[in-house]
Ligand binder design. Structure first.
Ligand code: KG4
Ligand code: ZN
Length: 339
């Protein structure tokens, strides 16, 4: 089976062609256009502008994915698209394009939850990897979401906990902005942190001691704002501050992930989302897993499949049924993992 998948939930326009043969999901082509450079000038994503860029990019990106895959629409068995969550204007571009293509090419249409799709970046066959089995604990860390879920099967997902306010990626982005660094903040902060001291600044780890699986990052951002306000520029070593922020975020994520593993008793951890591109997070999680009584298998996607892409959407689509009525599919900016 061959699927053409479209991702347009935020500031990236992605299209991928993927095949599934004997349960192995291979990406034949994956293209991406990003309005990141435009957005970074504003220190964040401007929804209307992101949607306008989606409109410009969507057809060329689909064309490019088909060309790279050396396939015409006749070779496609189904079209998949992200239904939500995301920015409504951006989502609409992908959803309406997918509906149109499904109608004129006479193909089934599959709708995909963007958050679930992130986990399926781990199901892609890279030639030398194993893929997760059920059940597993899923840690989603992206720009808009931070969730812990127990995945019992492809369609049996139990929400365990998550952030009450800012997402982990959002915290990286907001702290970077406070430090005068460009958007997105995660990659910039992690680069600066490489040569910084994570213990240099004492920053809070909100909710780290709570017995539940809830997280919170807005207090950390406020602490960084206060620190910057009250510290002389000469005393503010940017690398040390970046390392301290990164470590505070990671400590919260690692602690709650271990807690969730103990609570659920599962022996596989699957990490996904843009913040999973953070190598310090991956290293710290791996170290922490060694402290568990039982061996925990660990999965995280290659960096290019951590941040938004259409390959992960295609991977998830192989486990979804097509929609019954193409016309009824609507972009849903509020889709979540909670229900
Ligand atoms: O998954 P994603 O591409 O988009 C959403 O679905 O939100 O995640 C984007 C987020 C941004 O907040 C960005 O700062 C963060 O992922 N990010 C990182 C790194 N690379 C991207 N955060 C920390 N370290 C990184 N290396
Ligand atoms: Zn995402």
């Amino acid at each position: 089976m061959t699927i053409l998948a479209i991702e347009s939930s935020c500031d990236e326009t992605g299209c991928a062609v993927a095949t599934s043969l004997s349960g192995r999901i291979k990406i034949v082509s994956s293209t991406i256009a990003s309005s990141l450079l435009i957005q970074s000038k504003h220190g964040g994503v401007i929804p209307e502008q992101a949607a306008r860029e989606q409109l410009k990019s969507i057809i060329p990106i689909i064309d490019e994915a088909l060309t790279q895959a050396q396939i015409s629409h006749e070779g496609i068995d189904a079209i998949a698209v992200v239904e939500g969550p995301g920015l409504i204007g951006s989502l609409l571009v992908g959803v309406e394009t997918a509906k149109t293509l499904a109608l004129i090419w006479n193909k089934p249409l599959i709708s995909v939850n963007h958050l679930l799709a992130h986990f399926y970046a781990n199901f892609i066959d890279l030639g030398n990897n194993s893929v997760p089995n059920f059940p597993f604990l899923g840690l989603l860390v992206s720009g808009g979401h931070t969730d812990l879920v127990l995945c019992k099967d492809h369609d049996q997902i139990e929400y365990l906990g998550g952030t009450r306010d800012d997402a982990a990626g959002e915290c990286f982005d907001k702290c970077a902005r406070l430090m005068g660094l460009p958007y997105p903040g995660g990659p910039v902060i992690s680069k600066l942190a490489e040569t910084g001291d994570p213990k240099a600044f004492k920053l809070p780890r909100p909710m780290i001691g709570s017995k539940d699986l809830e997280l919170s990052f807005s207090g950390l951002k406020t602490a960084v704002a206060t620190l910057i306000e009250h510290t002389a520029v000469t005393d503010l070593n940017r690398n040390d501050l970046a390392a301290s922020i990164q470590q505070a975020i990671i400590d919260c994520l690692v602690t709650k992930t271990l807690q969730a593993l103990k609570q659920t008793g599962v022996n596989q951890l699957v990490v996904a989302g843009g913040v999973a591109a953070n190598q310090k997070l991956i290293t710290d999680l791996k170290i922490a897993l060694k402290s568990m009584d039982e061996k925990i298998d660990f999965y995280s996607p290659p960096v290019e499949y951590c941040t938004d892409n259409a390959a992960m959407v295609a991977a998830r689509a192989f486990f979804e049924k097509p929609v019954k009525d193409i016309f009824s599919l609507q972009a849903n900016p509020n889709l979540s993992l909670r229900n």
